[in-house]
Design a protein around this ligand. Structure first.
Ligand code: DQQ
Length: 573
């Protein structure tokens, strides 16, 4: 990791070159506000990422108001300008022309009025008629109550939208009498319905233990009226943070503007459940006349039951990227070390790689997610290793890759498998429990097999991302695991194991896996994006390697492996 241990002078040179490259290519010169002199440039920073979105220092949580405007992607985010722990929350603001190289600007919205002095919390951007962007955000008031506010750009001809003005009508939505004023937040992107010529938004809320998406309507986007019943809710789910509601096409990958309804469209309702710490979604129908969302696969109480990601991924938000006709998902990936580690590092929180999101054609039940294509522009030297036979207990090193900064795509060939060979697993156990119980060293029949990333030379440290084909509740299942038990020797590191069942519509002969590794984050995508697991890990070894492995008794053929060293886009650490 020598290249991260730059002396202050070297760091400054690299940053300058990078900023110049980016700023000089843009139509507008960017005003970069971070001051290199104040950065912790003399501290060892092995866990800062090279190509993920992260501010130069301090705390970051939810992505807010992502949008594309006049040639630039905008990402706002919950940011503490004063330190690496949550508090003093403002809307940080960065811009990019390609979703992978970012420049930071001044904070867009900061606490200043009685209605947001306690923090400018999460919200969304909407394009009103005429293409004018506006932001809705939650203000934590001087009495610690939650209200919804609006901000508009000062200068619409500035593609960087550097200055935002809070409107005089704020707060535009306040909690009604009897509502839980501390659980009323995170307005969504608005959508317009021609049936009554009204805008709609959803605000997350809680009544008792029932989490809900309150629906509000407006003709002018300023005066809002709550509908009689929520758009959707779920008993015992706790507060619904950062709800998201959007249409997906029933077939194909193209994204849809949030206003679209119709017979070729399904809708997705997502809620971030604070008590569980995960983002859940349902696919279903939006009945505009009844102002209600009806999930297709409703369990008894219509609970949301699918997850974007079965690892660390929270408070996510999508936007419709009109420039590429796709819907893009951002999600916050928190740290997994201790708060004192964060204070030492001087920062906490990443955004996952933005993902294109669409409905799974084969099931119409779940979403597909895949790193945006622009990430592939960061691929450098390529290593190819085809037709590797992995006998039981074999570990094969992939040479030529920078294991800390790599994009790996693998195809495993299961031709020789017979269904009769699959192991029967505890029918009552969840995928995560099965992954924990099995572990990477289990000697199964078909699996575990997969990758060891961020692995030390002597294999005492590694993060294992692997598959296991099993029989569970009398069905054939592809179990995907990401095991952090041996990822680090750090004392306060959370050594958890994540797991997910990957939808398999029929016994498959080939299964695919893609893993993006970036120093302290491992993002895994199974079967072209049917299931995803994101992990945060902190390897203490400085000599890191990449391996293929198979521990099951059946031989596995790794038909194809492509690995690319990934370029660095983050200019400083
Ligand atoms: N983070 C924001 C809230 C939101 C929570 C505050 C979710 O608006 O509910 O920073 O992480």
């Amino acid at each position: 990791m020598g290249f991260l241990n730059l002396k202050p002078s070297a760091a400054s040179v690299i940053s300058f070159t990078w900023l110049c490259l980016f700023a000089c290519e843009s139509t507008e010169p960017l005003r970069i506000v971070h001051n290199l002199d104040t950065l912790n440039t003399n501290v060892d920073q092995p866990y800062r990422t090279a190509y993920h979105f992260q501010p130069h220092k301090n705390w970051m949580n939810d992505p807010n108001g992502p949008m594309f405007y006049k040639g630039y992607y905008h990402l706002f985010y919950q940011y503490n300008p004063q330190g690496p722990i949550w508090g003093n929350i403002v809307w940080g603001h960065s811009v990019s022309q390609d979703l992978v190289k970012w420049s930071s600007l001044d904070a867009a919205i900061v606490p200043s009025e009685w209605y947001d002095i306690g923090g400018c919390w999460s919200g969304s951007a909407t394009f009103l008629q005429g293409g004018k962007p506006v932001i809705l955000y939650t203000g934590n008031t001087n009495a610690s109550q939650q209200v919804q506010n609006m901000a508009v750009p000062k200068n619409l001809s500035d593609p960087l939208l550097r200055e935002w003005v809070k409107i005089p009508e704020n707060p535009i939505i306040v909690p009604e009498r009897g509502m839980d004023t501390k659980n009323f937040r995170d307005p969504t992107t608005g959508w317009f319905e021609s049936v009554d010529m009204k805008w709609r938004i959803v605000v997350g809320s809680l009544e008792g233990s029932r989490g809900m998406a309150l629906l509000y309507k407006s003709t002018d986007f300023i005066k809002w009226e709550k509908t009689k019943h929520p758009l959707h809710s779920s008993e015992s789910s706790g507060m619904w943070e950062c709800p998201d509601f959007y249409p997906v096409h029933v077939s194909g990958k193209q994204g849809l503007d949030t206003n679209i309804v119709g017979s070729s469209v399904k809708h997705v309702m997502k809620a971030s459940l604070g008590e569980r710490g995960y983002d859940y979604y349902s696919v279903g129908s939006y009945l505009v006349d009844g102002d209600i969302f009806v999930p297709d696969r409703g369990s008894q109480d219509d609970e949301l039951d699918l997850r974007y990601d079965y690892g660390k991924f929270y408070a996510s938000k999508t936007f419709f990227d009109v420039s590429k006709n796709r819907r893009v998902l951002w999600g916050w990936v928190t740290e997994f070390d201790s708060q004192s580690d964060d204070i030492m590092k001087g920062w906490a929180g990443l955004q996952g790689i933005p993902r294109t999101i669409w409905l799974d054609d084969s099931s119409k039940m779940n979403l597909m997610q895949w790193p945006v294509v622009e990430v592939e522009s960061l691929r450098g030297n390529k290593t190819v290793k085809n037709n590797t036979v992995l006998k039981s207990g074999e570990v094969v090193e992939i040479y030529g890759v920078t294991s800390a900064q790599v994009d790996v795509e693998v195809l495993f060939d299961l031709q020789r498998m017979k269904i009769a060979e699959f192991e029967e697993m505890d029918a009552n156990a969840t995928a995560r429990e099965l992954c924990s119980n099995i572990g990477v060293s289990h000697k199964g029949v078909v699996g575990p097999f997969g990758l060891l990333v961020l692995a030390s030379n002597d294999l005492t440290q590694y993060t294992a991302v692997f598959y296991h084909i099993i029989s569970h509740q009398t069905k054939l299942k592809l179990l995907m695991c990401s095991d952090q038990r041996r990822s680090s020797t750090l004392k306060d590191f959370n050594k958890t194991t994540y797991g997910s069942f990957v939808p398999l519509n029929h016994p498959k002969k080939i299964v695919s896996l893609r893993v993006l590794v970036d120093h302290s984050i491992v993002e895994s995508f199974a079967e072209g994006g049917k299931s995803c697991i994101t992990s945060r890990v902190y390897p203490t070894s400085t000599d890191l390697h990449l391996y293929l492995f198979n521990n099951g008794s059946s031989t596995i053929l790794c038909r194809q492996l492509n690995a690319w060293n990934m370029k660095t886009t983050n200019n400083v650490y």
